[in-house]
Design a protein around this ligand. Structure first.
Ligand code: DC
Length: 523
């Protein structure tokens, strides 16, 4: 019979266990078991029955009262559409078990040995029926002592309190009920410290790191990074290649801001258009179209849009077009990236001061064409060595060089050098944005170590094309794909590392799909 694979994740409250365990389980197609939810359901039952939290130490009377009341509580876990549902006497109590009041009571009742025994029995039963990722406090030590992978996940109290606070803030923004106590950072930190103390000091099943558990401190790590670390432990156990996803893969700040603005606006119900596709990603553009956001492509299409909202995307537009858009619609949302705006300002100012503007960028790319339109005198786009060699300007007029924000850093330097060698008087503004620079550097670093490199991005995304170029130079097996469907990996079993990066217009869900498929590809 095939042995079940168990991944046990223990750690204190707020270390990110449940989010990470859920992500790992989703990638591996394992069942995720959130054992804390079971203690929480018990706590909810007790609170609903009118029992209040004891002010001091747990007395024997209180323990007995808890056990006696819980005799009537039937707690089960069920899975509906891949989601864990906690049933308390048949009722789905998922919406009620995440308040601070329930958290505190759960921490108190989980110290009672009889309560733990019953919960552990139920948890072991669930794990015996399939592959699980189970998180809690005593999973690696008591519930699944033979788990093939054990992780002890922790983070500082300050970081955990802040995460909890932000989570509660999000809940309130989404219209859920959140008490003022749940939004008091100091009170949350105090609660977490108290819970840590209770969890680590109880006599039965205290929170502690199993001797064979891997310690991960998530204070400085993102959820994806921790999940990837755990998935790589799994890969090691299974003799499969490790997968590293670039930290900088996917939406940059400017793109995220632009896409979020359109999604928010789409909910308002008024007619809304983006001038050009909001990002170079067909999946996102199509999703927005279904939500009523259309794309217009030409100045002529601005006619008759007096009632509409028109969004200028992060690439920006020419000054003339910006003015025309603002004059033709009810509302203009300008999501031009701040780095792009800075280039518009340089171009406008320096051209007015008599310099000739050179844009190192791609012909026909919306951002580069936009820059041209902010120059007071004719500007020139230079894309490659040949164009730099052939540029025929007046040597008495100084050049002001700027870069398209997503241009390849090395190539930019090469093209500038050519202009300098040709005795032009050049002022250089390396306006490639940090996000692009970091993304390109990281992609190159990963690709140089990887056996296979996957670059994800839209067909017409120029920053993605550049990532591909950079990776291909150092890793022969570099593939450029738009979505997971394009992935056609042929592993020969010798690969140790697969790298993944993605352009600035690639949404997270597409990156996650690719990660999942790469992890599941057979030799
Ligand atoms: O992980 P969580 O915050 O949802 O857990 C709620 C409470 O339950 C927490 O105070 C610790 C307790 N717990 C436990 O004692 N043992 C587990 N395996 C899981 C949770």
């Amino acid at each position: 019979m095939k042995e079940n694979f168990n991944i046990a994740i223990d750690g204190p409250a707020g270390a990110g266990k449940s989010t990470i365990a859920r992500k790992v389980a989703r990638t591996l197609d394992f069942v995720y078991v959130d054992t804390g939810a079971m203690y929480r359901a018990a706590a909810l039952y007790l609170l609903r029955s009118g029992l209040s939290k004891p002010s001091g130490d747990l007395t024997e009377d209180f323990r007995q009262e808890v056990c006696s009341r819980l005799k009537d509580a039937d707690i089960r876990l069920e899975y509906q559409n891949g989601q864990q549902v906690v049933l308390l006497n048949g009722e789905n109590v998922n919406p009620y078990i995440r308040t601070e009041e329930v958290s505190n009571m759960a921490s108190i009742v989980s110290a009672i040995p009889q309560v733990r025994e019953e919960m552990v029995r139920l948890q072991q039963k669930i794990a015996s029926s399939g592959n699980v990722v189970m998180d809690g406090r005593d999973i690696g030590t008591v519930v699944l002592p033979d788990a093939q992978i054990k992780v002890f996940l922790t983070a500082s109290v300050e970081v955990r309190a802040r995460r909890r606070y932000l989570e509660n803030l999000e809940k309130r923004k989404a219209g859920k009920q959140v008490s003022s106590e749940d939004l008091d950072l100091e009170a949350i930190a105090k609660d977490i410290a108290e819970r840590d103390y209770r969890d680590t000091h109880r006599e039965k099943g205290p929170l502690r790191q199993a001797s064979d558990a891997v310690l991960i401190d998530s204070s400085e790590m993102s959820i994806s990074q921790v999940a990837e670390a755990i998935l790589n432990l799994y890969a090691d156990k299974k003799g499969r290649p490790r997968v590293i996803t670039a930290r900088t893969a996917g939406f940059c700040f400017g793109v995220k801001r632009a896409v979020d603005a359109v999604y928010n606006e789409a909910e308002n119900g008024s007619p809304i258009y983006t001038y050009g596709p909001i990002i170079h990603n067909e999946v996102v553009v199509e999703d927005l179209r279904r939500k009523g956001v259309d794309v217009i492509h030409t100045p002529e299409e601005l006619e008759g849009r007096k009632d509409a909202t028109i969004v200028i995307r992060s690439h920006g537009v020419t000054k003339e077009l910006q003015q025309k858009i603002e004059a033709s619609c009810a509302r203009c949302i300008d999501t031009t990236c701040t780095f792009v705006k800075r280039i518009h300002e340089i171009v406008e100012k320096e051209s007015a001061a008599g310099k000739k503007i050179i844009i190192i960028g791609n012909h026909g790319h919306a951002e580069a064409e936009g820059h041209v339109g902010w120059s007071k005198t004719p500007a020139t786009i230079i894309e490659n060595e040949q164009e730099a060699e052939c540029f025929d300007g007046d040597k008495n007029i100084p050049l002001c060089v700027v870069a398209q924000t997503t241009f390849n850093g090395n190539k930019f330097s090469e093209l500038v050098d050519i202009l300098k060698q040709r005795q032009y008087n050049v002022t250089v503004n390396n306006t490639i944005c940090n996000a692009t620079r970091e993304r390109q550097t990281e992609a190159g670093e990963i690709a140089s170590k990887a056996d296979i490199m996957i670059v994800i991005g839209g067909k017409s995304s120029s920053n993605t094309a550049k990532l591909y170029e950079i990776c291909k130079e150092v890793c022969d097996r570099t593939y450029l794909i738009q979505t997971a469907e394009d992935l056609d990996l042929h592993l020969n079993g010798s690969e140790k590392l697969i790298g993944i990066t993605a352009g600035a217009s690639t949404p997270n869900n597409i990156i996650e799909e690719v990660q999942k498929d790469v992890r599941r590809t057979d030799f």
